[in-house]
Ligand binder design. Structure first.
Ligand SMILES: Cc1cc2nc3c(=O)[nH]c(=O)nc-3n(C[C@H](O)[C@H](O)[C@H](O)COP(=O)(O)OP(=O)(O)OC[C@H]3O[C@@H](n4cnc5c(N)ncnc54)[C@H](O)[C@@H]3O)c2cc1C
Length: 389
């Protein structure tokens, strides 16, 4: 058996699992045909995500834009508030996924993982683990399989079950090449509930919108909304537009509390596990955090590794994402977004709470208490009263 662990997918979750396991001496195979590639993504990487991979990508080494401000726009009344992020230099950076994911694949190779550029087309259980079939028709035996293969995960389809339509959202938009900035823009809409974003990378803007896949709005209509937004805001003037679309797991609170994450000889990490914040759609941090949990559990000799992984992800990740899912419905209601923008305009304390949410340093667990303690009693009270979770 040449490999202890075969990891399918070399996005952040797969490459980081491979790096950590290979550093601990495991024989690791990392399989992905796509690199170098740009993944459709905002590319926003929070300080907490960068902290996890600091020894593989030292501070300042990743070509990225340090975000100095976030503009929140309330679509219905066309009002906005700016939140300053410049105080914390690593609160949020935005990078091209070619650069970021490429740096993590390189870290896995440096750590000793074997990297193969091929697609896995089938996974079959054997008496000693699994056999993987590749697109070039070779067969690879492995004791353990890690599914790090994103929202359309083959591993989920073969050993567990795929996400249902109501567990996915569709993201679509444009890369605007030749334009950049140091400010993210988020304009909140009630129909479909969500927001349009512009995230500036070093050489282009990643502009997009996202809606629940069963919301009854197709990719074409969503992309038309983005095109209209780009036209009316003139945010991409002078740039050339390249369209994209991609699914994002967007689970409900009940889904997060009953995640199907692992079984005998397999586990899933990152998007393949459904670990994305259903409000902000931050997924890179949770991809890395689940990779840390997977590597810890897989390098232990414990007989109940699957159960340990599930318990750890539930406690460290899923319980807070379940809270986000409960808040989500009220978050995009016009009454709430108006109050939010009012609060951001008039209260430095509420701006500071929002800055921490964007940077990923404010969990959903303590959010209500922190808002209540801002001493902006009127504003905080109205916000909380409209936040029906
Ligand atoms: C439009 C959009 C905007 C987003 N914005 C942000 C953001 O700003 N910040 C943030 O934190 N998150 C964001 N996300 C979420 C983020 O992109 C994901 O959560 C993150 O990429 C998950 O990492 P992963 O490694 O689990 O999966 P992925 O990055 O999706 O990587 C999966 C890999 O698996 C490979 N693969 C798939 N099938 C196979 C196969 N059969 N064989 C071999 N390889 C295979 C693919 O080629 C791919 O490289 C966004 C997502 C979208 C769609």
């Amino acid at each position: 058996m040449p490999y202890d662990v075969a990891i399918i997918g070399a996005g952040p979750s797969g490459s980081w699992t491979a790096t950590l396991l290979a550093r601990r001496g495991a024989r690791v195979l990392l399989v992905d045909p796509s690199h170098p590639r740009e993944k459709p993504c905002g590319g926003g990487i929070t300080g907490r995500a960068l902290a996890l991979i600091r020894d593989a990508i030292p501070e300042g080494r990743l070509p990225a834009v340090r975000i100095r401000a976030a503009r929140f726009v309330e679509s219905k009344n066309d009002t906005y508030a700016d939140v300053d992020l410049a105080g914390d230099s690593t609160a949020l950076v935005v990078a091209s996924r070619t650069e970021f994911d490429g740096a993590l694949v390189a870290a896995a190779e440096r750590a000793g993982a074997s990297v193969r550029a091929t697609r896995i087309t089938d996974i079959c259980r054997t008496s000693s683990g699994f056999e993987l079939t590749t697109a070039d028709r070779s067969h690879i035996p492995t004791r353990f399989v890690v599914g790090a293969d994103g929202a359309n995960s083959l591993v989920r389809r073969k050993v567990s079950r795929p996400f249902r339509r109501d567990q996915l959202s569709i993201a679509t938009g444009y890369f605007a090449h030749g334009v950049t900035s140091d400010r993210i823009v988020i304009e909140m809409f009630a129909d479909p509930p969500g927001y349009v974003w512009s995230f500036p990378r070093p050489h282009h803007l990643a502009i997009g919108i996202c809606a629940q896949a069963d919301a009854g709005v197709g990719v074409e209509s969503l992309r038309a909304m983005v095109a209209l937004w780009i036209q009316s805001t003139r945010i991409a003037e002078g740039g050339s537009l390249e369209p994209y679309s991609w699914p994002i797991p967007s689970l409900s609170s009940a889904d997060f509390l009953s995640l199907d994450l692992a079984g005998p000889g397999w586990l899933t990490v990152g998007d393949a596990a459904g670990l994305v914040d259903p409000i902000t759609r931050e997924g890179i941090f949770f991809a890395l955090q689940s990779a840390v949990a997977a590597a810890d559990v897989l390098s232990s000799a414990a007989p109940d590794r699957s159960e340990r992984y599930v318990a750890r992800v539930r406690d460290e990740i899923a319980s807070d994402l379940a809270r986000a899912a409960r808040y989500k419905d009220s978050f995009f209601k016009p009454r709430f977004t108006r109050l939010l923008v009012d609060g951001l305009q008039s209260s430095a304390k509420i701006r500071s709470v929002m800055a921490d949410l964007v940077a990923g340093t404010q969990s959903y667990r303590g959010l209500k208490w922190r808002l209540a303690r801002t001493a902006e009693f009127g504003l905080a009270w109205k916000l909380l009263a409209n936040w029906s979770a």
